[in-house]
Design a protein around this ligand. Sequence first.
Ligand code: GRF
Length: 201
Amino acid sequence: MKRLGILLSGRGSNFEAIADSVAAGRIHAAIAVVISNRPEARGLESAAQRGLNAVLLPSKGLDREIYDRSVVAELRRNRVDLVCLAGYMRLLSAWFVREYPSRILNIHPSLLPGFPGLDAQHQALEYGVKVSGCTVHFVDEYLDAGPIIAQAVVPVLDSDNADTLSARILEQEHRIYTEAINIVLAGNYRIEGRRVLPAGR
Ligand code: GRF
């Protein structure tokens, strides 16, 4: 059985959705470790409550690559096959990315390449787009930039504020992260340029 490593920094609702999918047999993998770089992350507490291996590796004040080496050491110790970033608020070093080629996923609350970075939902509202959504993509060393595995679209309503739009997007995040993990675990895809396509077609 493949082993997942989850990295998070905060609330952890995407982690919980993944854990629920694992528990329900919608994802055939085990969660080997949940790592938080922030002590106050609610997701860390929730992982511990679920009886999972919850590890705090504080990143504050540490050089990016030095910190990433400690994270990768923890992932290795737990024999992780696939790394899922779930609200992990740090850029990965190029070194980290090379350690897990096409084996790191991220979820972002916009239709990339629109609105990368922080406060994507707020950015979308300010820009005035009529639809937004979320994206699961492979991680490279750039911000919110790797090949796209799955996306979902939601409407932006005239009455929306950042909270209502975020909630609508979040529901879709929880759905497509499981979908994307299953695509990658099944391994029947190929990456052609930036396109993630079904294998053998
Ligand atoms: C989500 O909106 C995710 O797309 C973004 O950070 C947020 C994390 O939320 N990368 P949660 O911690 O998973 O609840």
